[in-house]
Every structure is written in structure tokens, then in C-alpha cells.
Write a protein that binds this ligand. Structure first.
Ligand SMILES: [Zn+2]
Ligand SMILES: [Zn+2]
Length: 232
């Protein structure tokens, strides 16, 4: 299992092309994102490898509604009884109250190709899940010493980034951009102009590490690369 320590107390679990993160919080775990549908067993196995039982996962924080991040949410929530936190706009999609917006590919031939291979034929819906907590920009979640929500729309309307406010800061940029073949755009956006504004906002955050929904985390001096690339 590809479980990798990316920050003190923070593990990245690569589930195919998408990352799920497990954050140690005392004797409990917070999970960020839930992977594709049927990912719950891999996430529970990762928790067990850290010495935790399903009920030790007390919070699931979901960055946005797409099937690679929220597809496994309903089953993971049922297996753990965890509280789920999301922005209202994307929570309504996950609840099944609103249809998922059909995103369009970002500029570049590679994004066109990846869109057709990875995204176009994936059902634009996820198993309906209960989202107990709706969150907005600047909300401080009571997770692992404080997880600050940063509304970063554009990839989707309710897309959220998060800052873990300890050890110099760990920024979870989610799908605002990706770091798969180098730092660049995600494959799709609902609104690229809005996403650029969100990336500029994230570039102003001080952090000692940045991680992404897709690709490798950056740490130390490499964080400056992220900040310079997306500054307006
Ligand atoms: Zn996405
Ligand atoms: Zn994604």
C-alpha cells in the first residue's frame, strides 16, 4: 500500500491517480477526501496500518464533489460514523440534491487527452452521502490542532483548500492545480478564470509543504515554486 509520510502526522495514500490524506489527531484520525467509489477498504486498511480502527476516523473533510474525491464518501462515512465537512455548494451535489456540473478540459493537448481517457466516461454522480457540516472560507475546523478552510472555487463551485496550522503550515491545495507531470493545471475546471484567482489566493499562503489531489507533495524550498507559479 502506497502510504507516505508527507508532513509530521500527515500521510498520503495514493489510490490510483488520486490522493487521500490521513491526519493523526491524538488517538484519532481525520481523513481528507475519500477516493473513488469502493475506496473505503483501502482507506480503512491504511488506518489499520497506523494502528487505528474504523471508529477512530472521527472526521472526513471533503475538498469537492468529484467522483475521485467523494465517490467513496458514503461507504467510508457508514463504516466509520465520522462527521463529514464540505462546502455547501458541493455538499448539495454529494447529497444528490444538485446535479454535478460537467467540467471542461484545461488548456493544453495533454489535458484534452486525459479528459477523454480519465474523465469523460466516468458517471457524473457519486453515491449519496450525509454531510453534517457545511463550511465556508476561513472557517477553522477542530481538527488536528486547527484546519483552516480556504474557499478556492473554479475547479468546482464549492472546491475547498485547507491549511493545517502547525509545523509551519501544510497547504492542501486539492484540485486547484496538480503536480503529476510537474506543477500545472488540473485536467478540468468549471471556471478557469475563477480558478486562476483561487490559485493566486493560495499562492499568498505561507506554508512549509503543499500537497495536491493528484501528484506529489512539495516541501521546503519547492513551496516557493508553487507560490511563484500561481502569483498574479
Ligand atoms: Zn476534481
Ligand atoms: Zn481530482
Amino acid at each position: 500500500m502506497a502510504l507516505k509520510l508527507v508532513f509530521p502526522g500527515v500521510y498520503a495514500l495514493a489510490l490510483g491517480p488520486v490522493n487521500v490524506f490521513l491526519i493523526e489527531d491524538g488517538s484519532y484520525l481525520t481523513v481528507i477526501d475519500a477516493g473513488y467509489e469502493h475506496s473505503e477498504q483501502a482507506i480503512l486498511d491504511a488506518a489499520r496500518s497506523l494502528g487505528k480502527q474504523p471508529a477512530d476516523i472521527t472526521n472526513i473533510v471533503v475538498t469537492h464533489c468529484h467522483p475521485d474525491h467523494a465517490g467513496g464518501l458514503a461507504a467510508l462515512q457508514q463504516a466509520t460514523g465520522a462527521a463529514v465537512w464540505m462546502h455547501r455548494a458541493d455538499a448539495e451535489v454529494v447529497r444528490g440534491h444538485q446535479p454535478m456540473v460537467r467540467s471542461t478540459p484545461a488548456p493544453g493537448l495533454l489535458n484534452q487527452v486525459l479528459f477523454h481517457v480519465l474523465i469523460k466516461n466516468v458517471p457524473a454522480q457519486v453515491p449519496a452521502a450525509v454531510v453534517a457540516h457545511e463550511i465556508g472560507d476561513s472557517d477553522l475546523l477542530p481538527v488536528a490542532g486547527g484546519l483552516r478552510a480556504i474557499h478556492a472555487p473554479g475547479h468546482s463551485a464549492g472546491h475547498m483548500a485547507f491549511m493545517l496550522q502547525r509545523d509551519g503550515g501544510m497547504l492542501f491545495a486539492a484540485d486547484a492545480c496538480s503536480n503529476v507531470v510537474g506543477l500545472g493545471y488540473s485536467i478540468v475546471y468549471d471556471d478557469l478564470t475563477e480558478a486562476r484567482r483561487s490559485l493566486a489566493k493560495l499562492a499568498q499562503e505561507q506554508a512549509s509543504a503543499v500537497c495536491f489531489g493528484h501528484g506529489q507533495a512539495l516541501a521546503g524550498a519547492a513551496v516557493r515554486t508553487f507560490q511563484r507559479k500561481w502569483a498574479l
